[in-house]
Design a protein around this ligand. Structure first.
Ligand SMILES: Nc1ncnc2c1ncn2[C@@H]1O[C@H](COP(=O)(O)OP(=O)(O)OP(=O)(O)O)[C@@H](O)[C@H]1O
Ligand SMILES: O=C(O)C1=C[C@@H](O)[C@@H](O)[C@H](O)C1
Ligand SMILES: [Mg+2]
Length: 182
């Protein structure tokens, strides 16, 4: 069965979810296990600008970052057989959502707020959107973004999975979907 254009097996896989849920970490593992190219949109933008997202926000403003994020995410979504990790804010953009849902298989990495809070110290310094916010404000942002991530093809609850277990779970569910669609 073909769901819009490409056969299911050839569609690129896209990871979405709040910052720090593991899109980059788990995406890299999934790509390696499937022998596919891995592309992280934040890392691509970082290479282009020669500085990480936080410095881009500070030097050029969020709008510049978001424009590049949009064009890159949309064009990447159009190439087959990739594993793509979006930035945490990308799926709030309707154009990006539309392109990814049309062309790719979108996995939402769903981590609960309680588990996410335990990771805050690892990620807070490098995420511009978290700067100068109280924990309550971050919690509000966390919940306000969930409705955008809910527009996915498949959801993986990762609270009780380490990185390897999450990647293996995703690959098992992909293989099942591919087989069922042949
Ligand atoms: N079970 C887990 N799965 C994935 N990452 C985990 C897990 N437990 C801890 N981590 C850690 O949490 C952090 C997740 O960061 P990662 O950069 O992958 O998130 P992200 O979703 O790509 O964030 P962003 O939206 O900001 O790009 C990493 O430091 C990773 O090692
Ligand atoms: O959630 C966000 O808005 C962001 C998440 C990161 O992945 C980066 O894309 C950037 O720091 C913005
Ligand atoms: Mg990332």
């Amino acid at each position: 069965m073909r769901k819009h254009g490409l056969p299911l097996r050839e569609k690129s896989i896209v990871f979405v979810g709040f910052m720090g849920v593991g899109k980059t970490t788990i995406g890299k593992l999934v790509a390696k296990k499937l022998y596919r190219d891995f592309i992280d949109v934040d890392e691509e933008i970082e290479k282009e600008f020669g500085m990480p997202p936080r410095a881009i926000f500070e030097k050029y403003g969020e709008k510049t970052f978001r424009e590049r994020e949009q064009s890159l995410s949309i064009s990447l979504s159009q190439s087959p057989l990739k594993v793509i990790s979006l930035g945490g804010g990308a799926f709030l953009n309707e154009e990006i959502r539309k392109a990814c849902l049309e062309n790719c298989l979108v996995f939402f990495l769903d981590l609960s707020w309680d588990s996410w809070k335990e990771r805050i110290s690892i990620i807070i310094d490098s995420r511009p959107v978290l700067q100068n916010k109280s924990l309550d404000e971050i919690e509000e942002l966390f919940y306000s973004r969930q409705k955008a991530y809910e527009l996915h093809n498949s959801k993986v609850k990762t609270d009780h999975l380490n990185e390897e277990e999450a990647a293996d779970y995703i690959i098992d569910s992909l293989k099942l979907a591919w087989e069922l669609n042949e």
